[in-house]
Structures are given as structure tokens and as C-alpha cells.
Design a protein around this ligand. Structure first.
Ligand SMILES: *Cc1c(COP(=O)(O)O)cnc(C)c1O
Length: 356
């Protein structure tokens, strides 16, 4: 098989989604499976839907187009506010979009009317992480606009935490979201179908609390793929952390001094730490680099350690020489996963057909 390769075990993804769907379901929360880390791969989407996700989410219109072309079943939510320039397209291909701007809502409404339909919108509120969303005091006005625009339907509200400033979803900010939902319903005489509490970063809160309030949806990407809690990257008990691996081929293996020789300046990517003299080491090069992964966000298989990386060369150390042509397996963190999925040099390969 060609290398480098991003390998995704669909049976393990299915296991992760099933486990999350069951645990969240006990609390009245549906799981929207976010596919953007794998660029809207239909295989991932189909496995997640087969394992009980209530719908799919992606941030990029191109990825949603891919899902639609593959005829993956399930409602699709655009989880990033639509660009004004893509309003018609969003109305045509997404069932729901997350929104924060009056101008975008107006454009979606116009586009939906032109297409003879209606588009469901979820309004985002910023509860402290300071990425997307309106401030609490402006939510009611935006909700009123959404209610009154003829081409959009006010489907719900939502929030996103942790992604920009690492703000932790907790009882307090989640209660604020629930209260906002109730306030809007009372003030505007509407019913909100969806209260979307956040992402994988909300799992600690959701699975740890007895009372999730009005929250009935989470948008989950990282936890279903990597099995970790994004707040501290600790493994989530019950989830598989080995569903996604990166395989790269050994192109050189040698014994070399650990100390460089000659006058030193910057490396290819800026200043370098002072090397430590550990005598001779077994050093190999695998055909993988910063163009394919974030080397600081890669866990090498047992007995192997990542020493350094430039654009196309990843330097690893091991106890014994590695066979030229053999593969070294790494577990990516989220940053490496994103880069590998986006690198034109890394082949995406699905294994372990899901049981459904
Ligand atoms: C990417 C994204 C998610 C999914 O986040 P994970 O940490 O991968 O679970 C959820 N909501 C929004 C708005 C996103 O952009």
C-alpha cells in the first residue's frame, strides 16, 4: 500500500459513535457527527450515521458538496456561519446552518425564497470563548429577525466553547444557554427544536452532569475520531484511541552522532534547541514531514521516538536499525490529523468495514 497513508478504521469509528450516542442519548442529547477533519469523507459520514448519529456537520461548503454527491443519508448542518457569497449554495445543499450575522440571515432568506423553500437556522451565542456568536444581550434581536424573515425558519440556538480561548463548558455557561432558549421561546412565541451545546469539548460536562437542561445536541468530531477529550487530550474511557493512524515509510536508517558538527545557525523552521550529546544513536528517516503532519502532535509507535522534522523528512530514533521500506506507525493528534487529511501527499485509506 502506498505511503504516507492516513488509515481510518471504520469499525472503531462506529464503536466510538455508538458509545457516544448511547451515553449522550441517556441524557436526551443527539450526536451530530462533524466530518470536517476528514474533509467530509462519505465513508466516515456513513459509518457515523449507521452508528446512530442524528445528522452530519461540516464547516466547508466543498465538504458538504462531497457528502451530497455521495448521497450520504442524513441532515447536514453547516457549522460555520455561511459566507455571504455562498448563501444560495448553502440553501441548496445544507439542511441547517449556524449563524451570527443579520446580513447573512437576510441573504439566506432571499436565496431560500428564490429557490421556493425555507432554510433552517441555528443562532450562535458567544458564552465567553470569544470566537463566533452574538453577545447574550443581542441574541433576542437576532432571533426576532430570524423569526420574521420569510425565507428562514428559527430552528434553534447554539454555542461553541474551548476552541479559541480554551473556555471550559460547565454548569454555569450551559445553564445560560438553556435560559436563553427559554427566554426566546417565551418572548417570541416560538419553539426551538435544537439547543446545540457545543463540541467534543462538552463531553466532560455532558457525561458528568445529571442535568443537561435544554441542551439536546452536541457537534462531535475529535472525540469520535481520536477518542480523546479536547480540553486536555486525555483518553475518554470507553472510546478507542487507535481508530486513526498515520503510516510512513523508512527511507534511511543509520547510526549517527547525536551531536551536529560545524557552526550552527537557524534550521529550516527557525531557531533550534541546543542538542544534547547522547553519543551515537540509531537514527532513521521516514518519508513524512511538516507538509503532511505537525511533528509535535504525533505519537510514534512503541520503541520509536520522533527527534525532529523538516518539510519532507521526519527523523526518528529507535533501539535497532529499521528496515528500509518498512513502515512506522504514528498516532496523530488533532493538528496532525487535520494536516494529514489536507496534504495532497497523504493517501486516505479506510479499513475495517462497519457492521451496518
Ligand atoms: C469543528 C467544529 C465542531 C466539532 O469540534 P470537535 O472538537 O472536533 O468535536 C463543532 N462545532 C463547530 C462550530 C466546529 O467548528
Amino acid at each position: 500500500m502506498s505511503a504516507p497513508r492516513l488509515e481510518v478504521r471504520l469499525d472503531l469509528i462506529e464503536h466510538n459513535v455508538r458509545w457516544l450516542v448511547r451515553r449522550l442519548g441517556e441524557r436526551g442529547i443527539g450526536l451530530t457527527a462533524v466530518t470536517k477533519a476528514l474533509l467530509g469523507a462519505p465513508e466516515l459520514a456513513a459509518a457515523a450515521m449507521g452508528a446512530g448519529a442524528v445528522g452530519l456537520g461540516d464547516a466547508r461548503s466543498g465538504n458538504v458538496r462531497r457528502l451530497r454527491r455521495a448521497a450520504v443519508m442524513g441532515p447536514v448542518t453547516l457549522v460555520r456561519s455561511p459566507m455571504l457569497s455562498e448563501a444560495s449554495w448553502v440553501v441548496a445543499s445544507c439542511d441547517v446552518s449556524l449563524n451570527t450575522e443579520p446580513a447573512v440571515l437576510a441573504a439566506l432568506s432571499d436565496a431560500a425564497i428564490a429557490a421556493g423553500g425555507c432554510h433552517d437556522v441555528v443562532l450562535m451565542i458567544d458564552l465567553g470563548d470569544r470566537r463566533e456568536g452574538v453577545q447574550s444581550e443581542d441574541l433576542l434581536a437576532l432571533a426576532r429577525l430570524a423569526r420574521d424573515l420569510p425565507g428562514v425558519s428559527l430552528h434553534g440556538i447554539g454555542t461553541n466553547l474551548a476552541c479559541r480561548n480554551g473556555v471550559v463548558p460547565d454548569a454555569e455557561n450551559m445553564a445560560e444557554l438553556s435560559t436563553s432558549a427559554t427566554t426566546i421561546e417565551a418572548a417570541l412565541g416560538v419553539e426551538l427544536a435544537v439547543v446545540s451545546g457545543g463540541s467534543s469539548a462538552n463531553l466532560g460536562w455532558a457525561l458528568g452532569t445529571g442535568d443537561v437542561g435544554r441542551v439536546n445536541d452536541l457537534r462531535i468530531g475529535e472525540a469520535m475520531l481520536l477518542g480523546v477529550d479536547p480540553l486536555d487530550r486525555s483518553p475518554i474511557d470507553g472510546l478507542r484511541g487507535d481508530a486513526v493512524t498515520i503510516h510512513a515509510e523508512v527511507i534511511e536508517s543509520n547510526v549517527k552522532p547525536s551531536m551536529p558538527r560545524g557552526r550552527r545557525a537557524q534550521g529550516a523552521f527557525g531557531s533550534l534547541p541546543d542538542p544534547v550529546d547522547r553519543g551515537d544513536v540509531v537514527q532513521s528517516i521516514v518519508a513524512l514531514g511538516r507538509q503532511d503532519v505537525d511533528p509535535e502532535d504525533l505519537t510514534a509507535e512503541a520503541g520509536t521516538a520522533v527527534l525532529a522534522a523538516s518539510s519532507d523528512h521526519l527523523v526518528v530514533e529507535s533501539a535497532d536499525l529499521l528496515r528500509i521500506g518498512s513502515e512506522v506507525v504514528f498516532r496523530p493528534g488533532y493538528a496532525s490529523l487535520l494536516r494529514a487529511a489536507t496534504s495532497p501527499f497523504v493517501r486516505l485509506s479506510f479499513t475495517g468495514a462497519p457492521s451496518t
